[in-house]
Write a protein that binds this ligand. Structure first.
Ligand code: ADP
Ligand code: MN
Ligand code: MN
Ligand code: MN
Length: 332
């Protein structure tokens, strides 16, 4: 069984299953397929066929054996990429600048909701005690849904996703996992597969995964997709100078970045709750209240990576990594 997975018009994953006659080991052995794009907001009803082109395969952690997950790009019948196929442009950029060896590590935060849409484990219609005991918490009433989180972690490892760790977050029922470092387009591919696995695992438990950047208004932390970035030259001796030069380029294109860093991010990037202000670019060493943080260790070593803290939890990793490459490799 091959589970063909794609991204719809609203950054949700969709999938359907195809029976194969024999095991396959690479995406180009798989047939193209199609779906009804008018049912996913990806095509008009009178020209509804959207094509699925397999681009990456992963062992299926649910069906096991020879069964696979198949990540696909979406293409229109006239041979152009679908409007919501953000992978295509990103892959071209990654290819053009392959010799920079961009590495990305993304920290995916998300919130677990019960079937009623209220955060899992919160009193019905009420609130838990204020934030403090929950971040990296251990124990009943400090964390919720560890069973789901563990199942997702193991399933990602089985599928070959380069998941580098997990932690409970500041708001109860909010968690984080990290994917990466991955080179180039791999990061977007693996992050989308990890999201598919998360939503699929949560089905088994009757929980809802929310990627909303500010799931509960008020004095509760929002959810982000911190994006850690390095290149061959930031990782080499003298790399800190290259990072400082990159900050100027990123500052000049702040609003272009914000435009693709997720829906509803204005409710999260308030300058409070460990965020920078949405209207103003800032960066600093060890500063969690800025747009970009250079880790203390990187400043000390004089080389390494930086953390773009602006992307929201619901942002598209192809768009994030794509615009970062475009900005850093641009001339201005
Ligand atoms: P934080 O302190 O911000 O919570 P995390 O430990 O959650 O940091 O995440 C750090 C991320 O940075 C990981 O996903 C890791 O893969 C990534 N990372 C580490 N080194 C590099 C590097 N040189 N280039 C890109 N990403 C990196
Ligand atoms: Mn983190
Ligand atoms: Mn976090
Ligand atoms: Mn972070």
């Amino acid at each position: 069984m091959a589970e063909y997975i794609w991204i719809d018009a609203s950054s949700n994953v969709r999938s359907k299953t195809k029976t194969l006659q024999k095991p396959v080991s690479s995406a180009d052995e798989l047939p193209e397929w199609n779906f009804d794009g008018s049912s996913t907001g990806q095509a008009p009803g009178d020209n509804s066929d959207v094509y699925l082109r397999p681009v990456a395969l992963y062992p299926d952690p649910f069906r096991l054996g020879d069964n696979i997950l198949v990540l696909c790009e979406t293409w229109d019948s006239d041979g152009s990429p679908n409007k919501f196929n953000f992978r295509h442009e990103a892959a071209k950029l990654m290819q053009t600048h392959a010799d920079e060896h961009f590495w990305f590590g993304l920290e995916q935060e998300y919130t677990l909701l019960g079937p009623d849409g209220w955060p899992y484990g919160w009193p019905k219609g009420g609130f838990p005690g204020s934030q403090g005991p929950y971040y990296c918490g251990v124990g009943t009433n400090k964390v919720h849904c560890r069973d789901i989180v563990e199942a997702h972690y193991k399933a990602c490892l089985y599928a070959g996703v380069n998941i580098s760790g997990i932690n409970a977050e500041v708001m109860p029922a909010q968690w984080e996992y990290q994917v990466g470092p991955c080179e180039g387009i791999e990061l977007g591919d693996q992050l989308w597969i990890s999201r598919f696995i998360l939503c699929r695992v949560a089905e088994e438990f009757g929980a809802i995964i929310s990627f909303a950047p500010k799931p509960v208004p008020g004095d509760w932390n929002g959810a982000g997709l911190h994006s850690n970035v390095s290149t061959a030259s930031t990782r080499a001796e003298g790399g800190l100078k290259v990072i400082e030069a990159a900050m100027l380029k990123l500052e000049a294109r702040h609003s272009e970045h914000i435009a693709v860093y997720g829906e509803g991010n204005e409710d999260r990037l308030t300058g409070r709750h460990e965020t920078g202000n949405i209207d103003k670019f800032s960066w600093g060493v060890a500063d969690r209240g800025g747009s970009i943080r250079v880790p203390r260790q990187v400043a000390k070593d004089g080389k390494g990576y930086f953390e773009d803290r602006r992307p929201a939890s619901n942002a598209d990793p192809y768009q994030i990594t794509g615009i970062i490459v475009e900005t850093l490799c641009g001339s201005s």
